[in-house]
Ligand binder design. Structure first.
Ligand code: HSE
Length: 416
């Protein structure tokens, strides 16, 4: 069903931070010719800043209303969100969603449903909120030149790192702030442990390279083990610590991908991305690096991407998933090496056998750290590096397609 030129009548699920933001923005944007007909909420007892008659607690009222041609799904629960999306697409309604978890976990089914019922599902807001990453990857970078996508894709962790290391706030204060400002997930573990970021990376991989993989299969970790001593190391070297999502072509058939904390050099475009801002570097063969920067979390930035998807539906825009259907889709690489920094409490806890090469050791009364090269496989399906007290941070330019020829050495032994 084409909804081109039609007035968009929206059934909205969820009236939280983003839902309410969208409601306000739509009321001020008459040019889009879209209006919210009904809002389905879970808690009718909550006071809402909108007319009472707009709300219902029955999803079916929205799904079965034939005058509603767009469902906008902005709820927290990923399973319920998938159920709503599935039923809406089956009913021939276009769907706009901001639910990263739902999309990352169900993308193959969503693609199938869109094809079968010939209706689009758009979700730009799910990746980096206000920054138009997906549509650009899908349309503009639709060729073989895309070398890599790398960025800060979680606003809350970036906000927490900025507040702790620049404003001396405690972790608890910074997290509370991020929650109050509406950046954090209702379960902030999703942010802090890198799960939100890896959900986004898995969506990015589909649109950038046609690589479909459940997020849980990608190496990922968050900022939960980072310590003040790691920040001291960073400061000495002129680095910032950021949680970075990376997808990088390492040869013509393989893409390496992970979400890990990383030391970022002063001259990196990511160095100055602070607070809830996100920044994404897209590297393409001819154009070199291009940088997308903007607010990655919060009510209005997310609502702005939802609005843009709603607006795109007026001219029948849909993701074509061209890279998925193109001849040879790259596979996920595992035969590569990583340049890492590893810090532990006790020198005996450094797992020397796991390193392909150790370049630098430093021991002081608090911590021991090493820098060196490790096979990517050492981090796949293992948990030794995730244990409390172990802090693994990627060094700048961390991916190595092969181990540089160099004997295993200990460059430096510092006892300070
Ligand atoms: N919790 C997410 C973040 C919200 O902090 O980035 C936006 O996806």
């Amino acid at each position: 069903m084409s909804i081109q030129q039609k007035e968009l009548k929206i059934g909205l699920f969820g009236f939280g931070v983003v839902g309410e933001g969208l409601y306000k923005v739509l009321n001020q944007t008459s040019s889009i010719n879209a209006s919210i007909k009904k809002v389905c909420i879970k808690h009718p007892e909550k006071k809402r800043n909108a007319p009472q008659g707009l709300f219902t607690t029955y999803p079916e009222i929205l799904i079965s209303d034939s005058s509603i041609n767009v469902i906008v799904e902005l709820i927290d629960d990923a399973d319920a969100a998938f159920d709503i999306t599935r039923r809406a697409l089956q009913a021939g309604k276009a769907v706009v969603s901001a639910n990263k978890k739902m999309i990352a976990e169900h993308l193959p089914e969503l693609i199938e449903l869109q094809k079968k019922h010939n209706v689009p599902s758009l979700y730009e807001a799910a990746c980096c909120a206000s920054i138009p990453v997906l549509r650009n990857l899908e349309e503009y970078y639709d060729n073989d030149l895309l070398q890599g996508v790398c960025g800060i894709v979680n606003g809350s962790t970036n906000y927490i790192l900025s507040k702790i290391f620049e404003e001396d706030k405690t972790y608890t204060e910074a997290l509370k702030d991020a929650q109050e400002k509406g950046f954090a997930e209702s379960n902030p573990d999703l942010d802090v442990k890198g799960i939100d970021a890896v959900n986004k990376l898995s969506i990015i991989l589909s649109h950038a390279y046609g690589v479909q993989t459940p997020p849980k299969n990608l190496i990922h970790f968050g900022i939960q083990n980072i310590l003040a001593t790691d920040a001291v190391y960073a400061q000495e070297k002129g680095y910032e610590i950021k949680l970075v999502a990376k997808a990088q072509k390492i040869n013509k058939d393989e893409v390496a991908a992970c979400v890990l904390p990383q030391f970022v050099k002063k001259d990196s475009l990511l160095h100055s991305v602070r607070n809830e801002y996100n920044g994404v570097i897209i590297e393409s063969g001819l154009a070199d690096a291009q940088f997308f920067y903007g607010k990655g979390a919060g009510s209005f930035p997310t609502a702005s991407a939802v609005l843009s998807d709603i607006s795109a539906l007026r001219y029948d825009y849909k993701y074509e998933y061209k890279k998925l259907h193109r001849g040879k889709v790259p596979t996920l690489a595992s035969d590569l090496y990583l340049n890492i920094y590893l810090s532990v409490e006790n020198a005996f806890d450094i797992p020397q056998d796991k390193f392909a090469r150790i370049d630098e050791w430093s021991i002081n009364e608090e911590r021991t750290y090493v820098t060196g090269v490790i096979a990517f496989k050492e981090l796949q399906n293992t948990i030794w590096w995730k244990k409390e007290g172990v802090s693994l941070i990627l060094l700048p330019e961390p991916f190595l397609s092969e181990l540089p020829e160099k004997e295993p050495t200990i460059k430096q032994l510092q006892l300070v």
